[in-house]
Design a protein around this ligand. Sequence first.
Ligand code: THU
Length: 131
Amino acid sequence: MDALLAAARKGWENAVAGYSGFRVGAGLRAVVNGAPAIFSGCNIENATYGLTICAERVALFKALSEGAREFTDMIIYTTASEVTPPCGACRQLLWEFCGDIPVTARTAGGAEKTWRMAELLPHAFDRNSLA
Ligand code: THU
């Protein structure tokens, strides 16, 4: 199995989703000091609900905290019947830190769809907007 999908599935297994019961895993591929690296993420929920963080942002923050600044692609994995694209907050951060990478959503049943970030977040507000 592709290493990126394996990381997303590992994230799914580790999901802390006791409130919604909706587990999400993400795998993010990066280049760190010239070498390829893969980071996994899972959604993490808590009793306030609002402080929940998505699998995509956990993978991204893990990567950034390990020094990754160059990203190539992401896979999001669920057991839902339809593929689940990233939420709006994740789109903003993925766009800002990863740029126009391909993002693939995949289900346990094998459904799969890939988008470019520019498709998922057209007309983005980003650092260019502040120039
Ligand atoms: N969730 C993600 O992890 N990623 C998304 O892009 C959408 C939603 C999580 C947040 C929450 O724990 C659960 O899915 C239900 O919204």
